[in-house]
Design a binder for this molecule. Sequence first.
Ligand code: MN
Length: 719
Amino acid sequence: MMNRQFEDLIAKLKTHDPYTNEAMVRSAYDFCMKAHGSQLRASGDLYHTHPLAVAQILTDLKLDHASVITGLLHDTVEDTLASLSDIEKEFGSEISKLVDGVTKLSQLELQSEYTKQAENFRKLVLAMSSDIRVLLVKLADRLHNMRTLHHVTSEEKRKRIARETNDIYAPLAERMGIQQIKDELEDIAFGILNPEARESVQSRLRFLYENADYTVEAIIENINDCLLKAGVKATISGRQKTPYSIWKKMQYKRIAFEQLSDIMAFRVIVDNVQDVYQTLGALHNSYLVLPGRFKDYISTPKPNGYQSLHTGLIGPFNSRIEIQIRTKEMHQTAEYGIASHWQYKQGASHDGRQYAWLRGLLEILEQTSDPEEFLEHTKLEMFQDQVFCFTPRGDLIQLPRGATPIDFAYAVHSQVGDHATAVKINGRLMPLRTILNNGDQVDIITSKSQNPSPTWERFVVTGKARSRIRRFVRLQKRQQFTELGKSILHRGFRQANVDFNDKALETATEYYKYLSIEDLFAAVGEGNHTASEIIQSAYPHLKSSAQQTHKTEAVDEEIKIPSTTKQKSEEVEALSIQGLISGMAVRYAGCCHPLPGDKICGIVKTGRGVTIHTYDCEVLKAFSEVERILDLAWNDPKESSQRFVGRIKATFLNKTGSLAAFSSAISKQKGNIVNLKITHRTVDFWEIIIDVEVTDVEHMNRILAALRTLSITNSVERI
Ligand code: MN
């Protein structure tokens, strides 16, 4: 009986394995058909179609006739009445050993609870594949089983096989350098384990290709022109990555689909190694190079023998693409991995030495640590102090390692830095303190109302960003000191009954050798000069004794506070506390514990900002430099969630539960006790001082009233 597929297989096999024992291959196919008989696959096909398909995969990998025969026979011992000795009798010991190896791997698979120890299981598989062809047959077997896995009705079984493929066989295929098989295994497994995700990636890919303003062919043509100009003859092909490899990249790099750089990969095959590097040079000259993507696997081949140059470019039509450049021989190895070595070695010698390279390779494969990774790190160390990131327009920004989006923003433009509010890294909103990685696309979101924050200084690494932030904070402070100084002087001048005008201020500015009136205001705001000093320099004809008299009067006036008439004028002039807080250091005096709602004053201290006191505070009354006292007012306390500490002195009966009753009365009024001190204790009474956090003076009054209603209370007062 003629089987077309089988005849094709024989023809192909003979082209790459001149030692093919055609008769033996034919009898293996007969043996397999007889042994499996009428057995059926889950698909409903006759079982022998499976070993035939496996043999075809092995033929396509250009393996030798022994591997192909093993492929045809691989399930006979496990699944039929045929025995290993039958096989040895008919096909000799080489074949029977190979079939035995594959059978043992299949049995291992049935028994194993591998998931927790995938790496150990992979080692075990390798160890049992003393002849690498056993593993190759096993991979071909698994590939065909995966291709037909959708026929298996049990979802649980499909998923188990898919997971095993992902954990064991795809990594093995990769280590053996058979990229094609690895990609296909992973992609099928992906479709079974996560069908929705695969479908969504695929539909996005379809959309992308249908709507792209360029085609794969146009890119190939463009690259080809570029290479022709450089005098390189090359074969260029383009391929789309599998949905799984795209998905994996999205996960690994935590990037959105839109940000994926290389959905398309191109391969440039040239005649010799010289041309490989010439191609690289030509491409790097013509297109923008994506940083961190260049890999030289020619000078440092992968452990599986893979050789190629890889680079990432912003290619023709602004497409972000990956390019692999290699010779025909390198390509052979890349496509067929270990299998390709087989055909070079085959026929060179038929003694045992031909397996020496296999043993050496197995040793490398068995290593858990990844030598490739090691070499890569060693090479990358030269660039360890730099990262390269892209603007949304594709411009490259070079930054020191550890740089954050704020550094990036300032590197783009000072204005971008000053107004940065948020950042999208590779399409995702991320914190501004995120450390950038090579190849990140960074999109700074700005807002006109945003200003540099002093906290940014903690996570920027570039000098430019740091100095801009510092400069801004300095300017902001200065502006607030300037406003404060102006209002201090305004009031001081008014109280001294002298004109507050530019001419007077210019005189004072000149006297103190400031560059501008603004500088003078700032100096006063910072407390370097008092208002009376300025008045004296502005109006030198005024007698200093008059000043003195006035000062004394002012103090008297201040002590008499608060008279109703004065209050009125003060309200007009009062500075908002809120205004002070944003600019200056503000402290609440420990002597009088001012609360919102209290009438308050501020004392300006040289270079130290303002201390807030209540109007009737004894410390304030004793303070003689009137021009340093500011009239202040609270903003509407209801708009603020800020809390203030007020101090209460109380005396109550010394009996069980008194203190508890006292504190629960305070907490019922939503006051928060921050400190409590027993100042006096007798047989009958306790005297305590309590610091309570409140929102304003009204809140404090409610608490005082509540405490006064307690039966144990003797006296309660605010101090
Ligand atoms: Mn099988």
